[in-house]
Design a protein around this ligand. Structure first.
Ligand code: SAM
Length: 260
């Protein structure tokens, strides 16, 4: 289930806005070191570097394609390949990060109950963990993916696809988890209504770069085309095309800033 930098960046403007909103809520004068976990093609890292120009910034991602794209985009920053599940702060500087950013990635990483406290321990005193995750599993676009995956013609290959995303937990769950490890926890939820000028096709393209990947990867090319055609047809009722040819894609997202 590899990530494609090219597919992901198709909607970069829309996908990058939440990280600006997230980092605007990080109240810190001059952080020394920051890391962008799940940095993707470097779009979130670029926002981090703009917001905190004095910080030494590291990007980290498990996709070689994403890391290559990030290095091309921001050649002066360091980008490392690896998995967040096994990531730890360097042993010689275990609590050395002033900011740990994880924008639009932890929904793909399991065991938040142990992961989040581990990330908090990698922060300096007063440092911030800044996390944003899509909270859209109950939106029609995701319900329709799961519904189609359960149909007999796809169910054999897609029985585990929906499990790639972490089950949804709410703001209270994160507050209770992080509060013992933090001096302050700020949690909020926002619904962006993205205007997609390409109509229904644009919704399909959007999710091909993210949520659809585990549903398409197990299928052969013919099956992928069949799945996408039926998915597109199902989206038309759920996301009506407006008079100007665009569709509105409501997209709820959960934000957490926890200060150590
Ligand atoms: C939706 S993109 C987010 C990119 C960027 N942070 C942004 O704000 O747009 C998710 C990224 O997380 C990476 N990723 C997913 N699971 C990961 C893991 N377990 N460890 C490290 N990176 C991971 C993917 O390779 C992908 O680049």
């Amino acid at each position: 289930m590899s990530w494609s930098a090219q597919q992901y960046t198709t909607f970069e403007k829309e996908r990058t806005r939440p990280v600006r909103d997230l980092l605007n809520a990080v109240d810190m004068e001059s952080p020394r070191r920051a890391i962008d976990l799940g940095c993707g093609p470097g779009n979130s890292t670029e926002v981090l570097a703009e917001r905190f120009p004095g910080a030494a910034i590291l990007g980290f991602d498990s996709s070689a394609d994403m890391i290559d794209a990030a290095r091309r985009r921001l050649p002066r920053l360091q980008f490392d390949l690896g998995d967040i599940q096994t990531w730890n702060a360097p042993e010689d500087d275990p609590g050395g990060f002033d900011i740990i950013l994880a924008n639009a990635v932890l929904q793909w990483v399991p065991n938040h109950d142990s992961l989040m406290p581990r990330l908090m321990r990698a922060l300096s005193d007063g440092g911030s963990l800044a996390v944003q995750m899509p909270d859209n599993l109950e939106e029609p676009a995701h319900q329709l993916m799961r519904q189609m995956a359960s149909e007999p013609r796809f169910a054999g290959k897609l029985s585990t696809a929906a499990g790639s995303r972490q089950a949804r937990v709410d703001a209270t769950w994160y507050y209770k988890l992080l509060r013992p490890h933090a001096t302050r926890v700020d949690v909020w939820r926002t619904t962006y209504h993205h205007v997609l000028s390409g109509g229904t096709d644009a919704i399909v393209e959007w999710f091909k770069g993210s949520g659809l990947r585990p549903f398409l990867a197990p299928l052969d090319p013919v099956e992928q085309q069949a799945f996408l055609a039926d998915y597109r047809a199902a989206l038309i009722d759920a996301y009506p095309v407006m008079a100007d040819g665009s569709v509105l894609l409501p997209f709820p997202r959960l934000f957490v800033v926890a200060v150590r």
